[in-house]
Design a protein around this ligand. Structure first.
Ligand code: LLP
Length: 426
């Protein structure tokens, strides 16, 4: 977590030039805190490493769809990967360019297709024969031509957590490799469709280059078969999935990723696209939370904090490991010092009524009630997956830029939770 943007100064954790306790005092906890410089640096790293290889980086909105983040990325020239009409609306509201937006997902509805056709997106990443016919009919009805790319399932093991692996033939995603060629022929022969690309996405939090290479080679072999059928593509989309370091993982260097793409696609003229989510935002955010109570059970010590699985679901859902740092470092007492200030092994848990409601387990920390903790690498799939379970209003989000703090999402008000609900009249 200790990157240039999140550093300890005089014993207190800072985001850029702002001390986290100041944010807690001003905005309360739990609170997501992002570093604008970290987001910009992540986007710049993609641009620099993939320059001359990848033509368009489409940020996967699902990782974190806050309008301020989408707007920042739009201003940095990024495109977007969306998976719903809601995400399309977010991109448009944030000033994103629909012509740089690709629409993925196995279950697009007719209404979502209509919205995307009207907005003029770059392409639909079509995931089944059934979806293709609905898209063709929808476009024809609107008098439009739908740009089509097929998401191919390359049947490659991404070597990641089973819940976030998507490129195996047993996964629900993509068109089976062997069926793709026939679907391209069908699409090419349909007047309301225009074949523009091919795409893949084999999983998330991938830290090995070899599955990408294997899948990219399969993709290319398919593109060559299509060529033989007289079908030329404008782009090839490698998907997202580039992993980050939560604990001790070794992320793929983007320069190695670029080199692999250069090798596999040497001599090809199609534009290359990528759809990273996590890699652009994960390390740019922390979840700031306050310790409500310390409690020692028979075999474990619990630090009960005001954030929960409702704010960060990843530990409960995938047993994901996130770094936990005390915001203010306490001196460890040795030689019979106060018991409260000795290092102990803590489970960091939330107030939600589920045993799965933990943010971290067995962490050696020096803690006191009322202390602040920063849960690190929380910028991706944190706020985006948050919920209102236990009638908990969603956290506030702030963006730090140097010594400036901007609230980019107000803490949800409790009364908003039932605003759309109705009591029976009799
Ligand atoms: N493109 C498609 C079609 C996707 O399905 C995804 C993510 C991405 C791009 C972006 O993948 P990334 O670069 O972020 O790995 N909630 C899980 C991750 C689910 C990822 C789903 N698809 C987690 O918290 O680990």
């Amino acid at each position: 977590m200790m990157t240039n943007f999140f550093q300890e100064r005089q014993g207190t954790l800072h985001v850029e030039d702002v001390a986290l306790p100041d944010i807690a005092a001003q905005f309360g906890t739990p609170c997501y805190v992002y570093s604008r410089a970290a987001l910009t640096a992540a986007a710049d790293e993609f641009r620099a490493a993939l320059n001359g290889v990848v033509d368009l980086t489409c940020y996967a909105v699902k990782a974190n769809g806050n309008l301020a983040i989408l707007n920042l990325f739009a201003r940095l020239g990024l495109g977007f990967d969306i998976v719903s009409g809601g995400e399309l609306a977010r991109v448009l509201a944030a000033g994103g360019d629909p012509a740089k937006t690709v629409f993925s997902g196995v279950g697009k509805t007719v209404a979502e297709m209509e919205a995307a056709l009207t907005a003029g997106i770059l392409c639909f990443n079509v995931e089944s024969a059934a979806e293709l016919s609905v898209l063709a009919a929808t476009a024809a009805r609107l008098g439009k031509v739908a740009p089509v790319s097929f998401r191919v399932n390359p049947d490659v093991d991404a070597k990641t957590h089973p819940h976030i692996s998507t490129g195996l033939k047993d996964n629900k995603f993509g068109v089976p490799f062997d069926e793709t060629r026939a679907l391209y022929r069908q699409a090419a022969a349909t007047p309301s469709l225009r074949v523009v690309g091919i795409d893949m996405h084999i999983g998330s939090q991938i830290t090995e280059l070899s599955p990408y290479r294997e899948a990219a080679e399969k993709l290319l072999s398919l593109v060559q078969m299509l060529e033989a059928d007289g079908i030329a593509l404008e782009h090839m989309d490698i998907g997202g999935g580039l992993g980050v370091c939560y604990r001790d993982e070794q992320p793929i260097a983007l320069t190695d990723f670029a080199q692999m793409l250069r090798e596999v696609f040497a001599g090809r003229s199609e534009r290359l696209l990528v759809e990273p989510g996590r890699r652009l935002v994960a390390s740019a955010g922390v979840l700031l939370t306050r310790i409500l109570y310390l409690k020692s059970g028979a075999s474990k010590n619990f630090a009960i904090v005001d954030a929960a699985m409702t704010e960060l679901m990843r530990p409960a859902l995938y047993e994901a490991w996130h770094p936990v740092n005390a915001v203010t470092r306490r001196a460890v007492m040795t030689n019979g010092g106060a018991a409260a200030d000795s290092e102990k092994c803590w489970d960091i848990v939330g107030p939600v009524c589920e045993s799965g409601d933990f943010l971290a387990q067995a962490r050696p920390l020096v803690l006191r009630e009322g202390d602040l903790l920063a849960i690190g690498v929380a910028g991706a799939y944190g706020m985006a997956m948050s919920s209102n379970y236990n009638a908990r209003p969603r956290a506030c989000e702030v963006m730090v830029d140097g010594n400036e703090i901007t609230m980019i999402r107000a803490r949800e008000e409790v009364k908003k939770l039932w605003e759309a609900e109705r009591i029976l009249s009799k």
